[in-house]
Design a protein around this ligand. Sequence first.
Ligand code: ADP
Ligand code: MG
Length: 327
Amino acid sequence: MKKYLLISLLILTTTFYGQHLQKRTLKLMGSRFDITVSANDSVSALSYINMAINEISRIEKLISSWDPNSQTSEIIKNAGIKPVKVDTELFQLIERSLAISKLTDGAFDITYASMDKIWKFDGSMKTMPSKENIKASVAKVGYKNIELNKINHTVFLKLKGMKIGFGAIGKGYAADKAKQLLISKGVKAGIINASGDMNTWGKQPNGKDWMVAITNPMNKNNAFATLPISNKAVVTSGNYEKYVTFNNVRYTHIIDPRTGYPATDIISVSVFAPKAELADALATSIFVMGTDVGLNRINQLKAIDCIIIDKEGTIHTSNKININKYD
Ligand code: ADP
Ligand code: MG
């Protein structure tokens, strides 16, 4: 999987200092998840892991746009027709998504999803889409056309053909919720790793911080930094797994909502933040904003950092990160 190349976590799955580290790997939300918990014994560790799995599956049912029975699909079916009443949880996820759209000047936009008729990143596209088709589809994109009613908890997509998708925030949200649940059950330390998106809490059984090794995807065998992550998330978006190439230009699966064209200038972005949800959304957004605007925006946010690798292979870091310090 792509992010395994970029970020690998240094862990031991064994009993250590009286704490048992247990890891389970499985597919959830269409991605590989590795769930690691630290517990007194393997039986309780496995039961905690099952709680996390149930929580992530529950969220997947709510936010999936593939599942025709999800509330998200109900919203999409009623685009341009009528508002749909949804659970508070989904309503609030959409509210937070809109706040991130504002924070990123529209680079992050869950209504990007109507572009999925035009751009396909599964190898099925043979020709570049026409300007006219892109223009017609991008007319359906725009977070300002999502109407929320706080009293009735309804969501209305104002334009017919509008769609929403949580591809850039859902895994982060699910990882935060699973982490929160395990903490509330008394689990002292663990990692929810969603295809390389790491969400950690507590410390390794030896008392040290969890560490992530960051490698340049252009030179995969060589980690350029190993950074401690304590009680936070590090999430990576990359251009090297889902993309399509036309005329030697690599178009990645992240779409600029303002133009309808995929981002082309960045290879990978890793964002460090207290919550995986925000890290997930910001990593995607920086692809769209580009290196300069992206760095500028991150430097204005407290407790958030990023590492960007541009298409020339140059590494850029936000002000608070000093990768040399950890070499
Ligand atoms: P991955 O899901 O591969 O880890 P990301 O977190 O970067 O990667 O999310 C990319 C996904 O986000 C795309 O596959 C798509 O579902 C969705 N997406 C694409 N462009 C945007 C955008 N501008 N705003 C919000 N979501 C987007
Ligand atoms: Mg993301």
